[in-house]
Design a protein around this ligand. Structure first.
Ligand code: GUN
Ligand code: ZN
Length: 435
């Protein structure tokens, strides 16, 4: 890869802390005329252009973006790559939706050529939407994860993914066994975890589709490979929760099933958590586990409204997830638009600085990667996006009325989508430029 020393001049905004912990004003840095300096795929400086320009070596190219805002690349803490082709499938709630649409769609990923084609399309879609890191479900087939990692490696993305483990309550064509899921996951960990910027996540689909033996294998994989992630679903839908109670009557609740098999920890991410009790939030916080808030999916499948204030009260790490294909957009801007509405229905206001945090630094924290990504701190990976204030006539007109960066940010999260992303950078290299 070519050494890249370059500087980008534009308005620059990034989160530096959780507004719930430090207040709104101390949670971000904003440079109205800013400069972001990149060296060898890392950020070497960020600040006011007037301060930094005189310090630059004469040979550094400065790219000036007018009418644009640079932010860290977005972080999607929960998404399914094999569900790209079934996004927007009509009319079911979770359990019927899985049987009707999801399982037949995921079946196709036994074919490596199909997995390759969808992996390419999936990664292109992430980058078009300004997402530079994602925590990704594969299908049950190891080929699906090989395809995704091979393409992500070429783009030098920081990406976390894993093969689904699923040995019951699913069609025969889509189940593995406790033993084979262990062996296949282990081989994938050895091949991919820590290669470039790639990480592996042990991925039992959810408690109903794993036997106790398989969940024990998941715990064993975590123990044998410190540093790998755990990625699964938790308390998304009321019928699902009843089913878990019936399948694991000896456990006190859904989270306790995972806890029993030692699946909680600071690299454990549980998607949804829409129906959690206070004790479960406390346990998540005590173990450093994270929850992925997936508003478009929760609305689309009629699962319920995520209680962000409850998670904040217990200091649970929360990231934002699209959950494509139950989620209806790859765009985290669009996802924030829906998150705002989910909060409104609970009479809670989601402030734009909290939104920015959730889509960037909060996601990095949920993934235990805040020492690498999520903010524009010098030393971090140069994963960032250039958002276009003039992306559409309406956005342009609306932003002209804006009186503050806070208002502009709110408008971007309300009206923004893939069109808003002018350019996306991963490790300092341009990986998407809007046509
Ligand atoms: N629970 C188990 N599998 C899935 C899935 O594929 N999508 C969602 N949203 N929830 C799940
Ligand atoms: Zn999901």
């Amino acid at each position: 890869m070519t050494a890249t020393r370059k500087a980008y001049r534009a308005a620059i905004l990034h989160s530096i802390a959780d507004p719930a912990e430090v207040g709104l004003q101390a949670s971000h840095e904003y440079f109205e005329d800013g400069l972001l300096v990149i060296d060898q795929g890392r950020i070497s400086a960020v600040g006011h252009a007037a301060d930094l320009l005189p310090t630059l070596d004469a040979d550094i190219e400065v790219v000036h973006h007018q009418d644009a805002l640079i932010t860290p690349g977005f972080i999607d803490t929960h998404i399914h790559f094999p569900q790209t082709g079934m996004i927007g499938s009509y009319g079911e709630q979770l359990l019927d939706w899985l049987n009707t649409y999801t399982f037949p769609c995921e079946r196709q990923f036994a074919d490596k050529a199909h997995a390759d084609e969808v992996a390419k399309r999936f990664l292109a879609e992430l980058l078009r939407n300004g997402t530079t890191t994602a925590l990704v479900f594969g299908s049950v087939h190891p080929e699906s994860v090989n395809a995704l990692f091979e393409h992500a490696e070429r783009l030098d993305l920081r990406l976390i993914a894993g093969k689904v483990m699923m040995d019951r309550n699913a069609p025969d064509y889509l189940t593995d066994s406790a033993e084979s899921s262990y062996t296949d996951s282990k081989a994938l960990i050895q091949r991919w975890h820590g290669k470039g910027r790639l990480h592996y996540a042990v991925t039992p689909r959810f408690a109903p589709t794993s036997t106790p033996e398989q969940l024990a294998m998941a715990g064993r994989l975590l123990k044998e490979h410190p540093g790998v992630y755990l990625h699964t679903h938790l308390s998304e839908n009321l019928k699902e929760i009843e089913w878990v109670k019936a399948l694991f009557p000896e456990r006190s609740g859904y989270l306790d099933v995972y806890d029993h098999f030692e699946l909680l920890g600071k690299r454990s991410v549980f998607a949804h958590g829409v129906h959690l009790c206070d004790e479960e939030c406390q346990r998540l916080a005590d173990t450093g586990s994270a929850v992925a808030f997936c508003p478009t999916s929760n609305l689309f499948l009629g699962s319920g409204l995520f209680n962000l204030p409850q998670a904040e009260r217990f200091k649970v790490n929360v990231g934002l997830g699209t959950d494509v294909g139950a989620g209806t957009s790859f765009s985290l801007l669009n996802t924030l638009n829906e998150a705002y509405k989910v909060m409104q229905l609970q009479d809670v206001r989601l402030h734009p600085f909290k939104s920015l945090y959730l889509a960037t630094l909060g996601g990095a924290r949920a993934l235990c990667l805040d020492d690498r990504i999520g903010s524009l701190r010098p030393g971090n990976d140069a994963d960032f996006v250039v958002l276009d204030y003039k992306a559409t006539p309406l956005l342009d007109y609306r932003i002209q009325q804006s009186r503050s960066i806070e208002e502009t940010l709110f408008v971007l999260t309300t009206l923004g989508d893939d069109r808003t992303v002018r350019e996306t950078f991963a490790a300092g290299r341009s990986v998407h430029r809007r046509g």
